[in-house]
Write a protein that binds this ligand. Structure first.
Ligand code: FE
Ligand code: CA
Length: 564
């Protein structure tokens, strides 16, 4: 949880000497669908586009959220793919795979995006298109439990978000259009709030710079058959990338300059979404996704860009980035409308888990003191201004209310930056993390009930860590939460592993692992929260072996960690 500014990534190596911290802190910076025979059919009228044919289920298009589900008679035959005879897409449009997300009690969002030519705008005709979705109890699709048509709107990059209403259990889903059938995904809904639930298994992960490494960790996630994945941001990186493979340790290249426009963001997401391991991870279970900074621009804060020269056009850039994020994620949210886009939300998993999903970027005050990298100076007075915020007033109030009213055995806060106090001799090493927003952090910590079991899930920092969150004095006060910091899926580490022991010596840090990439596999029961830190030996070689660094356990009622 050693905080090293991402700006270090951009500015190269930095060496720090203070007390014991003398080490060098190194900077760093499917299968496709298959054509099938289809029944010629005339294009449907607009009125029929939201039609649903379901026995156990129904659905609404997220772009028209709140529409009441319609239910057809149980004996109705599934519809044939719509408008297929009229469409000649020229190539398989399902190049970006399928995904599902935001599992609720009886609901889950099914996602795909049509893109026969994914890296150059998608390659779709300018028209909206009807897409058939199908849900089945097994992957043969011999029996269709639910199906319907929805619109892939050109205005949203021909992305598809179907909010399917499904009975409890696991389901398989796919999409069909123009004679093509998508890959198959597996998904599930959540148990109802308060429903007795004996276990949930999920991954937390973040930071998957395409250039830095292969997504071996995603293949491992897919193999685990988890209930869901919580993705904590930096799903894609906006930066330049005309690097030659091998240069700066890159294994593959973005191939274009930094992305700033709607079409450029779409092409960048499409590049990432083309990865077979990432597609497998999405297809294996539903995801709960939030964003961090790189989905727009490194270290942006609200409407303040990293590079002041971009200020005049940054609002427009952010609006484009937010829309394209929505287009590419299986989120149970309507598309953004205007400059702001509310994505913080909550989830529940029976009586076992309440989950708050935060947005730490859209509403935050600009990083204090000029956002210095690894400054050992005392923080400037601005840092402690009570009005400074990472979440914004509305989201902070929403979170505090959620923490006060939750009833599940465990409550988790899924968010981006390191939450615990990791200041060193009073110096804030990274103003982008919660150390740079101490007043708001104190309000949240003070609101945590020591009698509840709270887990903070963190990404962003590109190394693994585990620690204790206390009210009052660091190392001494009452423990009110544990923090579990996932390392990155592939993004390069920024701290030299030689300083591991120094970082571990910071009070309340239980452990850090600075060298490897991976994710955390959480197994949660009423008695204990177990966090298995799964890591890949190297992301520089395809399919390198995975290993378990350590497993940390928080026994219910303790808000502290032990090594299993
Ligand atoms: Fe990152
Ligand atoms: Ca980040």
């Amino acid at each position: 949880m050693q905080p090293i500014s991402r700006r270090l990534f951009l500015t190269g190596s930095v060496v720090v000497s203070v007390g014991a911290l003398t080490g060098a802190l190194a900077g760093c910076s499917d299968d496709g669908g298959t054509a099938e025979g289809t029944t010629p059919e005339s294009p449907e009228s607009p009125e029929s586009r939201e039609s649903t044919d379901a026995s156990a289920t129904s659905a609404t298009d997220a772009t028209t959220a709140e529409a009441p589900p319609t239910t057809a008679p149980a004996d109705t035959e599934p519809p044939t793919p719509p408008t297929t005879a009229a469409i000649d897409l020229g190539a398989d449009p399902f190049t970006l795979g399928v995904a599902s997300g935001d599992p609720g009690p009886g609901t889950v969002v099914l996602w795909t995006r049509l893109a026969p030519d994914p890296l150059v705008g998608g390659g779709m005709p300018a028209d909206d298109l009807d897409v058939l979705w199908e849900v089945a109890p097994d992957d043969t699709f011999a029996e269709i439990a639910a199906s319907g048509t929805t619109v892939a709107a050109a205005a949203y990059g021909h992305s598809v978000h179907v909010r399917a209403e499904l009975d409890p259990g696991w389901w398989w889903y796919r999409f069909r259009v123009g004679g093509y059938t998508s890959p198959t995904g597996r998904t599930r809904t959540a148990p109802a709030p308060g429903e007795p639930t004996s276990q949930v298994r999920f991954a937390s992960a973040s930071c998957q710079n395409y250039q830095d490494g292969w997504y071996t960790a995603h293949r491992d996630i897919a193999d685990q058959q988890l209930d869901f994945v919580v993705f904590l941001g930096d799903y894609m990186y906006e930066g330049t990338g005309i690097a030659t493979v091998g240069e700066n340790d890159t294994v593959r290249t973005h191939g274009t300059a930094e992305v700033t426009t709607l079409e450029e963001y779409r092409n960048r997401y499409a590049l990432y979404k083309g990865d077979a391991d990432l597609q497998a991870s999405h297809a294996s279970c539903p995801w709960i996704v939030t964003w961090d900074d790189h989905e727009v621009e490194n270290n942006y804060a609200g409407l303040v860009p990293q590079d002041p020269a971009d200020a005049a056009t940054f609002a427009e850039r952010r609006r484009a980035a937010y829309q394209v994020w929505w287009e590419h994620q299986p989120v149970d949210l309507p598309p953004p409308d205007g400059d702001e886009f509310t994505i913080h939300r909550s989830a529940t998993w029976g009586d076992l888990l309440d989950l708050a999903v935060l947005d730490g970027r859209q509403y935050r005050s600009d990083q204090a003191c000029g956002d210095p990298s690894l400054s050992l100076d005392p923080p400037c007075p601005e840092t402690f201004d009570e009005a400074r915020t990472m979440l914004g007033d509305e989201q902070e109030a929403w979170l505090l209310d959620l923490l006060a009213t939750g009833t599940a055995t465990w409550q988790a806060i899924a968010q981006q930056t390191v939450f615990g106090d990791v200041t060193l001799g009073g110096a804030i090493l990274n103003y982008d993390q919660w150390d740079g927003y101490p007043a708001e952090r104190n309000r949240i910590v003070d609101a945590l009930d020591p009698a509840r079991n709270t887990v903070v899930l963190t990404g962003d920092i590109h190394f693994a860590g585990a620690g204790t969150i206390r009210q009052g004095e660091r190392g001494v006060g009452t423990p009110v939460a544990v923090e579990l910091v996932a390392t990155s899926i592939s993004s390069g580490g920024r701290v030299n592993p030689a300083v591991t022991e120094v970082v571990r010596s910071i009070p309340d840090i239980v452990d850090v692992e600075l060298e490897h990439r991976g994710y955390i596999l959480h197994t949660v029961t009423p008695e204990a929260w177990s966090a298995e830190y799964r890591m890949v030996e190297t992301v520089k070689e395809v399919g390198a072996p995975m290993f378990v660094h350590a497993t940390y356990v928080a026994d219910a009622g303790t808000n502290t960690l032990r090594i299993a």
